[in-house]
Design a protein around this ligand. Sequence first.
Ligand code: FAD
Length: 511
Amino acid sequence: MTSTKPSARVAPLSADLLASSLFRAAVEQADIAISITDARAVIEYVNPAFTRTTGYSAAEAVGRNQSILSNKTTPPDVYQAMWRQITACETWHGRLVNCRRDGSRYLADLTVTPVLDETGGISHFLGLHRDVTELHGLECAVRNQKALIESVVDSAPLVMALLSLEDRVALDNQAYKALMADLGMQEPAPVLLEAVRDQLGSGFGPFRPGAYAFVEQQVRLDCPLWHSPRWYACSGVWVAADRSDADAFYEARSEPYLLLVANDVTRQTVEQEKARVAALQAVMTEEVRQQSLRESLAAAAYQIEGPLNVIDSVVTLMGRRGCDPAQAALTEALRAGQAAVEALKSALPPPPPQRSTSVNLNEVVRDVLDLSAYACLNAGVTVTWQPQLVLLMLTGAPTRLRILLKALVDNAIEAMNTKGWRQRELTITSRTSDGSIVIDVADSGPGLDTTLRLRAFEPFFTTKKGRGQHLGTGLASAQQIAVEHGGGIELLEAPGGGCLARVSLPLRRQA
Ligand code: FAD
């Protein structure tokens, strides 16, 4: 392999300098093979380093063409290029396969410079060369090793990327590139690292070459382009890379890099997820049953309280007029009624205690969609789920949040599931906005009138027909849960005219 570089025209050698003994001593003692030839490459002078490198003494070399060193394996076009360049008065630099006097071969790194006479014509050539066989061997070994490492890293089924401290990707492998293509050309590393940082809270382990920055952190990716989520077990290892600039030559300086390795554990996780959703189904059914019971009893107490208030007013009125016998009977009825209401209220099962944990709202929405899959199918509702790729974790009660979202999804399905209603599309999106996680549940139903949007949150308010089955407490309970989490729900008009329920839950709650 050769390389050439043009150089400026060479100035003629001064006769005084040539004759100078200092100049001669310097050339004689130089530790690089030097030869001076005539314009046809016939050798006129060689120094001792030339003899050491080639095995030819000065007496053997002088008078012969430089081609005595040719092993006849260097391609002819290399020589042609060399001669074209040096006869154009330019310096040539390249590598040739040379043969020593004893027949052994070596790789010569050669520079040939034309020497010009006073008229500007070429009188001589100056050849400088060194044996770079060993260096070439090392270069090849490094290249081979790099190719080997690259092929191993590329064939590994793990997503790998080497990242600078600013999360800039310095190196990646095929699996990383494939994931990036799957994400619609979005760089996966910053997304995975943000999720890991969020999970760790305390930041990565300290920089020490070879030490783990984090180990096996499971990250869930919900890409709108995918049918289902994927899970990656992510580990990060600190790597110190030597700097290659001149300043770092004598003073070893290295820069910290992070090797991110992400293992796709979707297949294993999906099995666990199936079992979890099945268990969840049972828990939710029980939770919803208890919730309905609480709401029915609350509704009964509410409905009895109305007539009791009337009786109370009548008793007060009669007391003023002095109608004693009837008043006594009514007072007794009132007392019995109030006791019945108290009994009903005390029969309300208390809501189950909820432990606050880190919750991934994408996962909660996905659970709710899994739980509502049958209802959607039954009502012919098509679901579009557009999650943010990775949502930061929220501190909350997962079951309560599932009830909240299930109430919104159930409302949306029911709103569209009316006879003759054609548009049946449920669109759910998740995103982070101003420190909150926002979930939009939009339907393509008839929508809610502006005045009804606020009333819809009142307990026992319902626009649904067949009031017996609908207590009208779903939205009130959902709002209650949102408030428990420091957030709220608002009802808006969906782009298609239907109803859009927007849930906003702050990531950090006000103390
Ligand atoms: P050659 O017949 O010598 O020539 C090969 C090609 O070079 C031909 O295409 C021919 O057109 C062209 N060529 C040859 N001589 C001239 C010329 N005078 N003018 C224009 N074109 C010409 N070769 C090595 O193998 N190893 C060395 O270490 C080495 N060191 C050299 C140092 C100097 C200072 C110079 C000037 C030349 C050196 N050469 C070296 C090149 C050498 O002179 C031969 O050209 C080369 O070895 C090829 O030899 P050959 O007998 O195979 O072919």
